[in-house]
Design a protein around this ligand. Structure first.
Ligand code: NAD
Length: 242
C-alpha cells in the first residue's frame, strides 16, 4: 500500500501545526490549506473553506497526490456571532467533503469536539453512543455536532472513508486560546469567583497526543476492524445511571 499524502485544512492553527509537524517528522508529504499562513516550510494553499469554489480549486491543485485530508479548521469557541460557526463548520465542512469526493481523496479525518454531547450536566464513563443533547450548549458545539454528523454520513461516498475525533480541552505549546483566557481571568482580577463547590472535573489533553490521535485515525481508517460481539456492547454502560 503506497504511503498517504496529506492536506491539513486549518494547518496554520494550534492543533493543525502539531499534526503537520508530526507528519513531517515521520517523513510524510504534507501541505496546508488555511485562511492565514503562519509557516513557510510546507506547500500552502490560501483559502476560505466557506467558499466552495476556492476549496474545490485548491483541492484540485493540492490533491494531485493527496490521499488523506485532515480537517481541523474552525473559528475559536466563545465568539458572539453564532452564524460564523454554521458558515465555517457546517457549510465549510460540506464543501470540503464535496471537494474530497470530487477529487477522489480516500480519507477524511475531522476534528470535532467533546462538547458536541455536553449540555451542562455531568458526563462520566460514556462513549460515542451517547446521543447529542436535545438542546445544544451553544452555537459552536451545535455546529461541530452538525459538521461531525455530515462527515460520518459521508463515509463510503465515492469511496471516501471518514472519521471524526472529539478532543476535550487541548493544551500545550502554540495554544492561543486556553492559556490566554485563563491569564485574562487573572489579569482582570476575577480569580475570586468560584462556580460550584470546586469539585468539578474537566478533561484536558496534551496537544501532541491529540495530533497523534489524528495520525493514528488516518493510518487505521482503511484497516478493517472486526466488530466486537454484540453481547460485549450490551454490557457497556452508556451513563453511570444505566
Ligand atoms: P486554531 O484557531 O488554532 O486553528 C484553527 C485554524 O483554522 C486556524 O489556523 C484558522 O485560520 C483556520 N480557519 C478558521 N476558519 C477557516 C476557514 N473558513 N477556512 C480555512 N481555514 C480556517 O484552533 P485549534 O485550537 O487548533 O482547534 C483546532 C480544531 O480542534 C478545531 O476544529 C476546534 O473546534 C477543535 N477543538 C479544539 C479544542 C481546544 O481546546 N483548542 C478542543 C476541542 C476541539
Amino acid at each position: 500500500m503506497p504511503k498517504d499524502q496529506y492536506l491539513v485544512i486549518g494547518g496554520s492553527g494550534f492543533l493543525g501545526r502539531h499534526i503537520v509537524d508530526q507528519l513531517r517528522a515521520r517523513g510524510d508529504t504534507v501541505s496546508v490549506f488555511d485562511i492565514v499562513q503562519r509557516y513557510h516550510d510546507v506547500p500552502f494553499y490560501s483559502g476560505d473553506i466557506t467558499d466552495d469554489k476556492q476549496v474545490a480549486a485548491a483541492l484540485k491543485q493540492a490533491c494531485s497526490g493527496t490521499t488523506c485530508i485532515i480537517h481541523t479548521a474552525s473559528p475559536p469557541a466563545g465568539l458572539t456571532d453564532g452564524s460564523l460557526y454554521f458558515k465555517v463548520n457546517v457549510d465549510g465542512t460540506r464543501a470540503v467533503i464535496e471537494a474530497a469526493v470530487a477529487c477522489g481523496v480516500r480519507k477524511l479525518v475531522f476534528t470535532s469536539s467533546a462538547g458536541v454531547v455536553f449540555n451542562g450536566g455531568d458526563i462520566i464513563d460514556v462513549d460515542e453512543r451517547l446521543p447529542y443533547p436535545d438542546v445544544p450548549l451553544d452555537a459552536y458545539n451545535d455546529s461541530k455536532a452538525k459538521a461531525e454528523a455530515l462527515v460520518i454520513a459521508s463515509n463510503g461516498k465515492g469511496g471516501l472513508l471518514t472519521v471524526a475525533l472529539r478532543p476535550a480541552g487541548i493544551f500545550g505549546p502554540g495554544d492561543r486560546q486556553v492559556m490566554t483566557g485563563l491569564y485574562q481571568v487573572y489579569e482582570n482580577n476575577q480569580t475570586h469567583f468560584q462556580i460550584g463547590d470546586n469539585t468539578n472535573l474537566f478533561d484536558w489533553t496534551y496537544v501532541g497526543n491529540v495530533a497523534r490521535a489524528h495520525l493514528l485515525a488516518a493510518d487505521k481508517l482503511d484497516v478493517p476492524v472486526p466488530a466486537p460481539p454484540l453481547s460485549t456492547l450490551d454490557k457497556l454502560p452508556l451513563s453511570p445511571e444505566e
